[in-house]
Design a protein around this ligand. Sequence first.
Ligand SMILES: CC(C)(COP(=O)(O)OP(=O)(O)OC[C@H]1O[C@@H](n2cnc3c(N)ncnc32)[C@H](O)[C@@H]1OP(=O)(O)O)[C@@H](O)C(=O)NCCC(=O)NCCS
Length: 165
Amino acid sequence: MTITLQFQPVGDGDVEEVVALWARCGLTRPWNNAAKDMAFARAGANSDVLMARLDGDVAASVMVGHDGHRGSVYYVSVEPALQGRGFGRQTMAAAEAWLNERGVWKLNLLLRADNAKVRGFYEAMGYEVEPRLCMARKLTEKGRAQSLHSAAAAGKPQPPSRKPG
Ligand SMILES: CC(C)(COP(=O)(O)OP(=O)(O)OC[C@H]1O[C@@H](n2cnc3c(N)ncnc32)[C@H](O)[C@@H]1OP(=O)(O)O)[C@@H](O)C(=O)NCCC(=O)NCCS
C-alpha cells in the first residue's frame, strides 16, 4: 500500500526536528548554518520549507523557493529508514506543486559534486542535465576579499581601487 504524505510548511515547533533530519541525511556542512538557512527561507516571501510527518515523526522535507523567474529546491530529504518507498518522489511533487501554485514553470537544481549518486533520483523525476556553468561569489566582506585574492592569484584584471575623494 502506498502511503501518501501530507506536506505543510515547517512551523516554529518543527524546526529542530527538521534540521536534525537534514543532518541525518548528510545535507548539513560545517560551513553552512542550517538553522539560519531554515529561518531565512521561512521568512522569505518567495520561499518556504515544507515537511511531512509519518506516525508523528518527521519523514521528509524540502526547502523551496523562486527568484521571480526560476524555482529551486534545497535540503531534499527523506528519513533514511523510509527511503526507497516513493517519499522522495512525493517530496519533489510537493515542491513542484508549491512552485506551480505561484506561476513558476521551471525548476533548476544543483547537485554537489560529492553527491552525484542522487543524480539517478532526479533523472527518475524527469530532470535532465543542462549545459550550464554554475558560477558563484560570496557577498560578504570576507568573501569579496577572498574572490579578489583568487582573481589576483590567477592573473586576472582587478577592478579599479576606490580612492577617497
Ligand atoms: C534522494 C532522496 C530524497 C530520495 O528519496 P527516496 O524516498 O529514497 O526516493 P523514492 O523512493 O521516492 O525514489 C523515487 C525514484 O528515484 C529512484 N531513486 C532514488 N534514489 C536513487 C538513486 N540514488 N539513484 C538512482 N535512482 C534513485 C527510485 O528508484 C525511484 O524510481 P522509480 O519511481 O522509477 O521506481 C533520499 O535518498 C535522501 O534523502 N537522500 C539523502 C539526502 C540527499 O542526498 N538529498 C538530495 C540532495 S541534492
